[in-house]
Write a protein that binds this ligand. Structure first.
Ligand code: PLP
Length: 345
C-alpha cells in the first residue's frame, strides 16, 4: 500500500505525540465560567504573540472572523473586503446571513493587497440613502493569492486609510506566523495597524482544533458574548487549548521548513511540462494546469496517493505542513512525474 501524501491543506496534520501528551495532562475548568486555567493561559500567550491586550479562544477560523464581524459592526453596516478573501469566498456568506452586513468587495491584487486608491474611493459615510462603511478586512497570508505574505507597510497603508475615515480594521491572520516567517518580521508588527486579528492553531501550527480572536480588552469582552451567541462557548476546552499552547511553543520556529518544501515542490512541478506553479512565498503552492482538466489531474494524483484540491478555474492547490517531509515532497514529485509521463505516452 503506497503511503498517502496529503497536500490538500495544512489543516490535515495529526497531533504529534508531544502535543497529545500535553492534551492528556491539561488542567481544565469550565471556560464559559472563565475558569479553565489552560484556556486562560493560551489566551494570554496568544494575545502577547500578536501584540494585543486580550484574546478569546474559538473553535475555528471561520468563527473567529464571524465574531470579529459581529463585534465591530451593527446589522446593515458595510464591510469592505477583498474579492478573493476567505471571508467572502469560503465562509458560507456568514457575513450577510449572520452578521447582516453589506459586502463591498474590491479586487485583490496578486500580492494579496488592495489598491489603496480603490479603497479610498470605496469608503462611504452613512447617509439617509446609503449604509456606512464600518469595517475593512484584510488577510495575511492570503490563501487565494497563493499564500502571499503582505508586508507591514502594505497592511499599514491600507489600515491607515480605513482608520482615518473611521473604519475599524480586522486582519484574518489564519496563517499570520507563516507571513511573519516569510517576511522576517514579528506577527505583532503585522497586526499592529489592525484593531483585531484572528489566527488559527489548526493550520501551519499543527493543532487539531482552534483559533483565536485578539484585540483590545474591551473588544474581546464584547466578542465573548458573540462567541456565546454562535455556540462557541466551550467547557473543559483546556484539553484543546493545551494542544494550541504546545503548537505556539513548538511549531512556529519550524514554519520556514514548510516554506522551503513548498519552493522545492513548485520548482519540481515547473520542470514537468503541464504545470505552471505561482512562485510560493509561504507554504501554499497554487498551480496552473497548462494542459488537461484540473479535475482529471487531481484524480490521477489521488490514484497515486498524492492529494491536492481544485482552486479556481484551471488551478489546483498543494500545501506543505508539519506532516510533509522533504522526502515526501520528492516522492510526490516522482509520482506526479510518472503520471505526466503516462499522460504524454
Ligand atoms: C485565510 C483563512 N481564513 C480563515 C479560514 C477558516 O478557518 P477554519 O477552517 O478553521 O474555519 C481559513 C481556512 O482555511 C483560511 O485559509
Amino acid at each position: 500500500m503506497t503511503a498517502v501524501i496529503d497536500l490538500r491543506s495544512d489543516t490535515v496534520t495529526k497531533p504529534t505525540p508531544g502535543m497529545r501528551a500535553a492534551m492528556a495532562a491539561a488542567e481544565v475548568g469550565d471556560d464559559v465560567f472563565g475558569d479553565d486555567p489552560t484556556v486562560n493561559l493560551l489566551e494570554a500567550r496568544a494575545a502577547e504573540a500578536v501584540g494585543k491586550e486580550a484574546a478569546v479562544f474559538v473553535p475555528s477560523g471561520t468563527m473567529a472572523n464571524l465574531v470579529a464581524l459581529l463585534t465591530h459592526t451593527n446589522p446593515g453596516d458595510e464591510v469592505i473586503l477583498g474579492d478573493q478573501s476567505h471571508i467572502f469566498q469560503y465562509e458560507v456568506g456568514g457575513v450577510a446571513r449572520v452578521a447582516g452586513l453589506v459586502t463591498r468587495t474590491l479586487a485583490n491584487l496578486p500580492d494579496g493587497t488592495i489598491d489603496p486608491a480603490e479603497l479610498r474611493a470605496a469608503i462611504r459615510p452613512e447617509t439617509i440613502h446609503s449604509p456606512g462603511s464600518r469595517l475593512l478586512c484584510l488577510e495575511n497570508t492570503h490563501n487565494r493569492c497563493a499564500g502571499a505574505a503582505l508586508p507591514p507597510a502594505a497592511v499599514g497603508e491600507l489600515a491607515e486609510i480605513a482608520r482615518r475615515r473611521g473604519l475599524a480594521v480586522h486582519l484574518d491572520g489564519a496563517r499570520i506566523f507563516n507571513a511573519a516567517a516569510a517576511l522576517g518580521v514579528t506577527a505583532a508588527e503585522l497586526a499592529a495597524p489592525c484593531d483585531s486579528v484572528s489566527f488559527c492553531f489548526s493550520k501551519g501550527l499543527g493543532a487539531p482544533v482552534g483559533s483565536v480572536l485578539c484585540g483590545s480588552r474591551e473588544f474581546v469582552a464584547r466578542a465573548r458574548r458573540f462567541r456565546k451567541l454562535l455556540g462557541g462557548g466551550m467547557r473543559q476546552a483546556g484539553v484543546l487549548a493545551a494542544a494550541a499552547l504546545y503548537a505556539l511553543e513548538h511549531h512556529i520556529e519550524r514554519l520556514p521548513e514548510d516554506h522551503k518544501h513548498a519552493r522545492r515542490l513548485a520548482e519540481g512541478l515547473a520542470t514537468l511540462g503541464p504545470f505552471r506553479p505561482l512562485p510560493p512565498q509561504t507554504n501554499i503552492v497554487v498551480v496552473e494546469a497548462l494542459e488537461g482538466r484540473v479535475d482529471d489531474w487531481i484524480a490521477a494524483f489521488a490514484a497515486e496517493g498524492v492529494l491536492a484540491v481544485a482552486f479556481g478555474p484551471g488551478r489546483f492547490r498543494m500545501v506543505t505542513h508539519l506532516d510533509v517531509s522533504r522526502a515526501d515532497v520528492d516522492e510526490a514529485l516522482t509520482r506526479i512525474s510518472r503520471i505526466v509521463g503516462a499522460a504524454h505516452r
